[in-house]
Design a protein around this ligand. Structure first.
Ligand code: ATR
Length: 271
């Protein structure tokens, strides 16, 4: 029988993860089945239990269950502890292991796929929710010159800067304070693109950048990326590559094989 895996979320119908993992499995000759599981909002733990009881070897976890997955895992990786969220579960004999591959996925997309090394760069991270928290440590591990966190609710940005300040040059501010501050890289980790909205950053911040990245993606470029390009950003990228890279990192944790992501990203772009 094939080993079973799933992505668990609510909603889940839109998930590209089954397609991505099926492509990885074909490419690497791994005999797995990977499906999308819709869990009721109060039924995440039951969904995990059912998967484990039916031959499941692991799962990806998406909105809104990443914190619950963090609480459920008995063994947590360092990066999951720092993110306080889990997107990858590994079912082992000694219990459920939890990891977080989102930050590694972002880093790989930026530094390898987009060929933009972050060492020495001034990074602006927009947002201070779960998505932002999950990528701060991996960003700092790339040795940027500085990391500035800006958020609509400024206190949340300050809390993150305090927490992560031990690991690098991290500061926080509100959007209005960004005028005239120079940045090499701007990363949108807010969920504003989901509402087809923009974080209220000054238009002036985009023109001096080397890369503007939106962790969201869609069929069309997000409003944020269109706005950045219209205001002089020379290079913009959405989060599709990050999605495929975080999946590849999960696949590696489960199967010990690293898939080639480039053809899978190209396949998704062509859909
Ligand atoms: P996620 O897990 O996706 O990060 P979250 O923890 O709810 O979700 O955080 C959402 C983030 O997007 C927050 O930084 C939020 O800003 P606030 O902390 O001020 O709420 C930000 N956000 C959501 N919608 C936004 C909008 N329309 N404009 C600006 N920021 C927005």
């Amino acid at each position: 029988m094939s080993d079973r895996y799933a992505v668990i979320g609510n909603p889940i119908g839109h998930s590209k993860s089954p397609l991505i993992h099926a492509a990885f499995a074909r490419q690497t000759g791994q005999d797995i089945v990977y499906e999308a599981l819709l869990a009721p909002l109060d039924g995440f733990v039951q969904a995990v239990d059912a998967l484990r009881a039916n031959g499941g070897k692991g799962a990806n976890v998406t909105v809104p269950f990443k914190q619950e997955a963090f609480n459920l895992a008995v063994h947590l990786s360092e990066r999951a502890k720092l993110a306080q969220a889990v997107n990858t579960l590994i079912f082992r004999a000694d219990g459920i292991h939890g990891d977080n591959t989102d930050g590694a996925g972002l880093l790989r997309d930026i530094e390898v796929n987009l060929a933009y090394p972050l060492a020495g760069k001034r990074i602006l991270l927009l947002g201070a929710g779960g998505a932002a928290r999950g990528v701060i440590m991996p960003l700092l591990a790339a040795h940027p010159a500085s990391l500035t966190i800006a958020n609509r609710t400024t206190s949340r940005a300050h809390d993150l800067a305090l927490q992560f300040g031990h690991w690098g040059e991290v500061s926080a501010c509100d959007y209005s304070a960004l005028d005239d501050l120079p940045f090499d890289v701007i990363i949108n980790a807010t969920s504003s693109s989901l509402q087809n909205d923009l974080p209220p950053v000054p238009d002036s911040i985009f023109s001096g950048t080397g890369l503007v990245y939106d962790m969201m993606y869609g069929k069309e470029p997000t409003l944020f990326l269109c706005h950045a390009a219209q205001n002089g950003a020379p290079c913009v990228a959405d989060g599709l590559g990050m999605l495929v890279e975080q999946a590849a990192e999960s696949f590696y944790l489960w199967r010990g094989v690293r898939p080639d992501t480039a053809p899978v990203i190209a396949q998704l772009r062509s859909l």
